[in-house]
Every structure is written in structure tokens, then in C-alpha cells.
Design a protein around this ligand. Sequence first.
Ligand code: ADP
Ligand code: ZN
Length: 615
Amino acid sequence: MPLKCRPMSAYTHTSPHHVLEHVFGYTAFRGEQQAIVEHVAAGGDALVLMPTGGGKSLCYQVPALLREGTAIVVSPLIALMHDQVSALVEAGVKAAFLNSSLDAEEARRVERALYAGELDLLYVAPERLMTPRFLDQLDHLRDTHRLALFAIDEAHCVSQWGHDFRPEYLQLSILPERYPAIPRIALTATADRQTREEIATRLRLEDARRFISSFDRPNIRYTIVDKDDPRRQLLHFIREEFPSEAGVVYCLSRRKVEETAAWLQEQGINALPYHAGLGQDVRAEHQTRFLREDGIVMVATIAFGMGIDKPDVRFVAHLDLPRSIEGYYQETGRAGRDGLPAQAWMAWGAQDVVQQRRMIDESEASEDFKRLARNRLDVLVGLVEATTCRRQHLLAYFGEESGPCGNCDNCLSPPQTWDATEAARKALSCVYRTGQRYGTGHLIDVLRGERTEKVLERQHEGLSTFGIGSELDEKRWRTVFRQLIAREYLAVDHERYNALALTELARPLLRGEAEFHLRLERERSKGRGKSRSAARMDIPGGVPTTLFDRLRAWRAATAKERNVPAYVIFHDATLREIAIARPTSMAELGGISGIGDRKLEAYGQAIVDLVAEVG
Ligand code: ADP
Ligand code: ZN
């Protein structure tokens, strides 16, 4: 094959800032971005930990344009390479992908472009990268000095302990042997130390410079409510806070996913189900609709989400307790990547904890594994029961110190608690006096002094604890028991009709050496009006809705015509800024964040005209 002379990249001799402004249309780097870009552009290796939505992509995309040759981006999800490449192409970058979704002819075309040095970025699936044929091509690029860098996205896929493990990622360790002079940058949003070390060793990035960002996502508001009528609570939340906006609702089981999606549809919400039991094509279709259409609510199991980089997901809701804090943080992190106000909402009940603990107890896993799973659950219980700032709890878990955030339910309306120490002590001694053989119902009867058949039959009316708890009604007693179980003062014997027995923890409480406080269940939907306006009208003076809606409609039509997701054309944040600034010239429009040279040229006139028309 004749060697074509490589067309010089248009940005090789410019600065990071120049690329940021002219290609991506942004005015400033965020957080660590600039340091990372400079380090990698200068040929250094990097391990980047940044929360979801932190802006990881630019960390390799900008150096890719600054360095001579093609950057190879390893990405685990085929479906999403497509949209990432579309977004780059829209911004005028020469990007392509190679994966099994291409037919032979298309793949050959991409390979030819790669060989000819016409690409700035090439996205590949890890299994493709490792084929001898592809490695040969990389050798050729290396030998002709046209290999810019390797970026390894979702690097936690290399961890065998995480649930996103991809065996092909392990083979990426050959890259430094074969291409020692080529800089590598690995990126992940997984925060825990163990995974971090695993990435460093397995990818041979021990000496890479580490860039660890704060994991705070200040634009996400955390709210955790007590389960009452969870579906209705969810519906109320969606209608109040984000009617007709995109969101994700997580459920544990496939059945619940389907039922919830169907029910939301009946209520007029544009909801779709997603779980691993649906056919491949249904899943793909729902995912594409979620990405491309405005305002779809995806009801899903955790099978959905990794690599979904839709920036305008306004909320993530949990109808079941997530598996761990890491899981919760990753899932909720999918909200508000665009930096605009977003919410993480969860409905939980103490019975969820009991059920999960039971699932752990009854699983076939090793004792070590069960202990880990129990600890993980306990940490989560600490979060949902917290009466102080949720964000502080979350960040503390990831080793970050912070003050009260002012943007979570507990900060916005501090919960009331009641001192339930006396009640708890009565409940525990009632369990003890009745021989640790009865379930909640009967124990409450004894406490409240009910002469039921069972009470009389067992002669429990003669016990010292009979009738000592008549001051609380049954509902309140149920709460006390649920919480005693959730916090492991009481253990449930599922084999024996859910009989309750005391645990080691109960002792200090019984002896009066510990206190027991409970949250007072909140009045429903109180004070919601305020939070709504805070969430939706972030921009001073509000967003002129007519112009904003017209811009959105224009964007939807344009995206459809070009067969790309709406956010690939412009983000909501950009449209909002346009609606407020009402630019009357191309020059003014060019100053708005998110509009680079290529987009200004392609869409600028249409927008200026539209603004003039709406006046
Ligand atoms: P991550 O991969 O870390 O989840 P992305 O790279 O998808 O995050 O970036 C999240 C969003 O933030 C994207 O919509 C991106 O366009 C935007 N973004 C990233 N960096 C900047 C920046 N410096 N200025 C403005 N917007 C940015
Ligand atoms: Zn807070």
C-alpha cells in the first residue's frame, strides 16, 4: 500500500485552551482537566479518578488533538461509541469507531483512514484491539510516529471484583510492552481504593501520575423518603419536580421494572422498561429512544446505565434499596452530567433491609463474602437513616471531609426525631419475657395489653411486660420493631415464623447504657413547592420559556434529520444560555458555552434567525 503523506492535525501546534474553545466551545477547563490534559499531551501516563459527569472525555480528547497522530480509545460498550463519535464529528473532529456493529466494507474504510493517518481519534472495543490484525496496524502507526496515545475508558472493567469485569481488559497490559513510548491514560468513576490499586497494577500504570478529583456532585440533590405508597410517591415526585424530563427509575427485579413502567405509562408518563430479560433488540430500541428523544423515563434494573453519557438526565430514582453505597453513588451519578440541577430520589422501608439481609443469609456464598455483603448493607442503612447531611455521609464514605451541603433533604428540612429509648427497651424486654419465640404482631399485642386468643392461650397476660406499652398505637410500635430489626438489635428467624430474638447489640440498650432515636416520619409533600422552584429556575431571572421551547423543537428536528441524539447538537445548558442572552449576531452566539467553530458555522445562522423571529 502506498504511504500517503499524513495531513497534519489542525491543532498540533496550538494550546489546550485553543482546542477547548474552538473545538468544544467551552471557555474554561473544569477541576483537574487542565493539569491532566497538559500532562498527557506532554507524553505522561495518567490514572484519572473523576466522578460521573466530571468531564473525563475531554481529558483524552484534547490531548488527542494536540498530539501528532491518532489516539486509540478503548471503550467497553459498543452502543455508546456510536454517540460519542457522532458528538465528535459534529464538533468537526475526525473520529471513527471500529466494532462488530460495522459490516466488512465499513470496517475496511475505517482501517484505511487509520492507515492513511486521517483520524484524530479511533474508538475500539477491547477484543478488537487485541486481534493480531489490529495490533499490526498499530505497529505500523507506531513505526511511522502516528500513534498519539491510548485512552482506557471505564478502566474499572479490569477489576475482577466489580460487577463490570471484562476479561479482555486484562490483556491491555501488553500495551506498555509493545508501545512503551506511547502515553496511556486510564479513566474511571469508581472511587474505592481497592479498585484503584487493581487498575494500577493490572494495567501496569503503577508509575502513572494519579489525578483524583473530589467526588462531590454539587448539582445533585439527595432525597430519601420513607416508603408509604412508593409508586404514588414516585409519580408525585416526577410530576412535581420534573414533568416531561428524562430520568431513570431503578428497581431490583425484572417484574417490578415491567409493572412500574406499565403503571407509569397509564399515568401519562413517557416510561420504558429495561432489563436483561428483554430481547436484545427491545433493549437496544429502548436505549436508543432514551438517548435520542426528550423526556423519556427509563425504568430499569442495574443492567442499565454503564456508559450512558446522556448529559440531561434530570433525576435518578430508586424504588428499592441499592446494593451498596458505591452502587448508589454510581447510579445516582448518572443524573445531571450537564451540571444543571438534578435530583437523586429514593424510597426505602425497613422491610427492604430485612429482606436484603435475609437474601444474604440464605445465599450460598462463603462466610467471608456474606460478612462483606452485610457490612455493605449496614453502611447503606446508615445513610438512609441519617438525620444529618446526606452528602457529608456519602463523601465521608469516599474519604472526603465536607460541611453540611444545603442541597439534600436533611439540610433543607432537618428531620425531627423522637427519643424512642424507653419504647425500645420495653420492646426488647417483651421479646425476652416471651421466650424469643414470637413475631412482631403478637409482641405488640402483649405490649399493648390486648387479650387475644393467643395471648390468653400462652398466658402472656400474666407477664410483667403485658400492657406496658399502651401509650403507643400499633403503627408506631411496628416502626419501633422495624427499626430495631433494621439496626440489628433484633434478629429474625425466618424458619420459625419470623420469630424475633435479641442480638448482642441489644444488651447495652436493655441495660440503659445506650439511646435509641427514631426519625419522625415526614408529612408527605410538605414544602415541596419551594424545592421545585429551586431546582428548575437555577438561572437568574428564569429562562424565557417560549424561546427555550422553540430552540428545543429546532434541536429535535435537527437531531432527527442528522440521526443523532439531541444533546449531540447542543446541550440543554447551551440552549438555556441562548434563551437568556438572545444573541443577535454570530459573534455574540460564538461566545456562548458549548458552541465551537464547527457548530457555529453549521447552525449559527439558523439560531440567530430563530432568536430574531421569536423576538
Ligand atoms: P464523564 O465521562 O466524566 O462522566 P463527560 O466527559 O461525559 O463526563 O462530561 C460530562 C459533561 O460535562 C459533558 O456533557 C461535557 O460536554 C461537559 N463538560 C466537560 N468538561 C467541560 C468544561 N470544561 N466546560 C463545560 N462543560 C464541560
Ligand atoms: Zn446536605
